[in-house]
Ligand binder design. Structure first.
Ligand SMILES: NC(=O)c1ccc[n+]([C@@H]2O[C@H](COP(=O)([O-])OP(=O)(O)OC[C@H]3O[C@@H](n4cnc5c(N)ncnc54)[C@H](OP(=O)(O)O)[C@@H]3O)[C@@H](O)[C@H]2O)c1
Length: 285
């Protein structure tokens, strides 16, 4: 299947390049700006893909609160530009979304049919992107994932949580980490592999894809340090103590129900995935 990838310099984008088997043409932000509707159209018409994967995002969650116009331009209208152009050449589109479309109040894992209610502007912009993709192109996969960590590090965030924790611990900094936001940390290499499997099904729709299990950011940090043999000063704190500009869901674990219904296996646990990440990164003992 001829596939066009957008956002190829990001951590998920880099892993998609690594795992994708078949004809893949990849574009970094520099070569393909989802906000440039005419450029998006021209490139997609020229390349004639059968599938377009859009991993592009403006996802500095706190900055989105004061830069809502940019969040909507990239995450919503940009997603529509891509979905429209894909439709024009009869290609399917895959849009990567987030657990932050949920408010976190359900208290048990979200299924795809649960009504979203984002708390942050970032979440609103990604949910708008989901709707625009679905409205534009019937051949769509909208895939929500959560708390990504990948070997390349998030280019839009200047790294990832795992690397930040390791760097600070090695520098001897005392760490205060939020313990009241629970999600499923997800390794982008695992997500990329599953995205390829999903694309092979031709079963369009909304999917949750995350590593299995759940933890808070504090629990995630504890596990990183355990696997690394590090023992920094680590204190659990509440979201209120952190008082970040954007509100985040307290419990945004996503049940991968549609994936299983499509006949695909769930991803391994986040702990196993973290071990594989540390090894791939050369951190393992
Ligand atoms: N990171 C997470 O924890 C997380 C959680 C759930 C869902 N997601 C979603 O997963 C997807 C992949 O995330 P990621 O962690 O791989 O992010 P990432 O490493 O920041 O990759 C996103 C890529 O998009 C590019 N980009 C930004 N604006 C663009 C634009 N206007 N046009 C084209 N490309 C643009 C970025 O390029 P530059 O850096 O050069 O601008 C970057 O290479 C995103 O859609 C995100 O919303 C992420």
């Amino acid at each position: 299947m001829r596939t066009l990838l957008i956002g190829s310099g990001g951590q998920l984008g880099r892993d998609l390049i690594d795992v994708w088997s078949g004809d893949l043409v990849a574009f970094s932000h520099q070569d393909f700006d989802v906000c440039n509707r005419e450029q998006a159209r021209q490139v997609i018409v020229r390349e004639q893909p059968e599938l377009v994967i859009n991993t592009a995002a403006y996802h500095r969650v706190d900055d989105c609160e004061t830069n809502g116009a940019l969040a909507l331009e990239v995450n919503a209208l940009g997603a529509k530009n891509v979905a429209d152009a894909a439709r024009e050449v009869d290609a399917a589109v895959m849009f990567i979304s987030t657990d932050y479309v949920q408010d976190g109040l359900k208290g048990s894992p979200y299924v795809e049919g649960d009504l979203p209610r984002p708390l942050s502007l970032y979440g609103v912009s990604k949910l708008a992107g989901e709707h625009l993709v679905r409205q534009s192109n019937a051949q769509h996969y909208v895939v929500r994932s959560s708390s990504l960590f990948g070997v390349a590090g998030a280019s839009g965030k200047g790294g990832n949580f795992v690397e930040t924790m390791i760097r600070k611990a090695k520098a001897g900094e005392p760490l205060r980490v939020v313990d009241d936001q629970v999600s499923s940390p997800t390794f982008t290499a695992d997500l990329a592999t599953k995205l390829q499997e999903l694309a092979g099904t031709g079963r369009y729709g909304l999917y949750h894809i995350t590593n299995s299990g759940q933890t808070s950011w504090f629990g995630f940090a504890e596990k990183i340090f355990k696997l690394m043999g590090l023992a920094p000063s680590l204190t659990p704190i509440s979201s209120d103590e952190l008082s970040a500009p954007a509100q985040r869901p307290a419990f945004s674990v996503l049940e991968n129900r549609a994936l299983v219904d499509a006949g695909l296996q769930k991803l391994r646990s986040w702990e196993e995935a973290l071990g594989a990440y540390l090894e791939a990164k050369g951190h393992a003992a």
